[in-house]
Design a protein around this ligand. Structure first.
Ligand SMILES: [Fe+2]
Length: 282
């Protein structure tokens, strides 16, 4: 145990020896991740976190409850707002379908350094594992001080509507098993950079696309996702407990930051004061 970095002990290393990239079991795991990412745009590692880590991360995250900013948005799957509606498309076209999303988020700068999730995210060994799984070399942790590490909080009744991700890839760590609802529904790789494939996107919205897949979110599961070409949503959370998900962001460039206006829009007015004082500058 002495040679194992402390943050790696949050992970079930027997099953996922991510701290030893040249271990044949890790190589086999990476091969599986790459195949999954190529064929379905996400890969799922069940029970990635130890039960103790799930409990710790849950407790530490719930302690940040009063730092959650609540968001509500109406937007298309392409992240347009209704005032950006393009009426050159027919009325029921996917470009003109708008959905409501409700959720909460704890920004990176409000997650303390001693939070277990922060320590795990800051461990270079984890970044190295994702770099190999995604075949993005080098891979960097996102540099934005609001967006790099987030905790998404979906209270009962909350949902994240259909969308394509802006980011090329993202890592999700589920900290909750909802009593019901909260499943991730995904139509994998339905578009490319050259072909928007609106007909299939429309069938995904209507639930008639045969490639639609639903996955329960289960506490301790890690998901690596390439959501830029895959339209997906989180169904309404049911029951009594919030659905907590840690969102770990990475980028191909070492100093990736979002612009201030977007951060203020996502994380609220308190961000304005911080950025005016020079916070989150390179
Ligand atoms: Fe997404």
């Amino acid at each position: 145990m002495a040679d194992i970095p402390a943050p790696a002990r949050f992970i079930d290393l027997e099953r996922y020896p991510v701290h030893r990239l040249d271990d044949p079991r890790t190589q086999a795991l990476l091969e599986r991740c790459r195949t999954d990412l190529e064929t379905q745009a996400f890969t799922v590692l069940e029970d990635f976190l130890t039960p103790d880590a799930v409990q710790l991360f849950w407790d530490e995250s719930m302690a940040l409850h009063d730092r959650t900013v609540r968001r509500e948005a109406v937007r298309s799957a392409y992240l347009d707002t209704p005032d950006q509606e393009d009426t050159s498309f027919p009325e029921d076209h996917p470009r003109r379908r708008f959905f409501r999303t409700w959720w909460g988020v704890v920004a990176d700068d409000l997650i303390p350094d001693d939070h277990g999730l922060r320590q795990l995210y800051a461990w270079d060994g984890l970044t190295a594992f994702f770099s190999e799984a995604l075949q993005v070399r080098p891979l960097y942790r996102h540099a934005d001080r609001f967006q790099a590490l987030n905790i998404n909080v979906l209270n009962p009744g909350d949902e994240q509507a259909w969308h394509f991700d802006d980011m090329d890839f993202v890592v999700l760590l589920y900290l909750t098993t909802p009593e019901a609802g909260g499943e991730l529904e995904c139509a994998s790789l339905v578009r490319t950079d050259d072909d928007p494939n609106y007909a299939t996107v429309a069938r995904a919205f209507d639930g008639t696309y045969e490639g639609l897949r639903r996955r329960k979110s289960v506490a301790g599961t890690l998901t690596i996702m390439r959501g830029h070409h895959s339209v997906h949503r989180v169904l309404p959370v049911e029951g009594t407990i919030p659905r907590l998900t840690a969102v770990l962001a990475y980028d191909r460039t070492p100093d990736k930051r979002e612009n201030d206006a977007i951060n203020i829009q996502i994380f609220g007015e308190r961000v304005r004061e911080k950025v005016e004082k020079g916070f989150n500058r390179g």
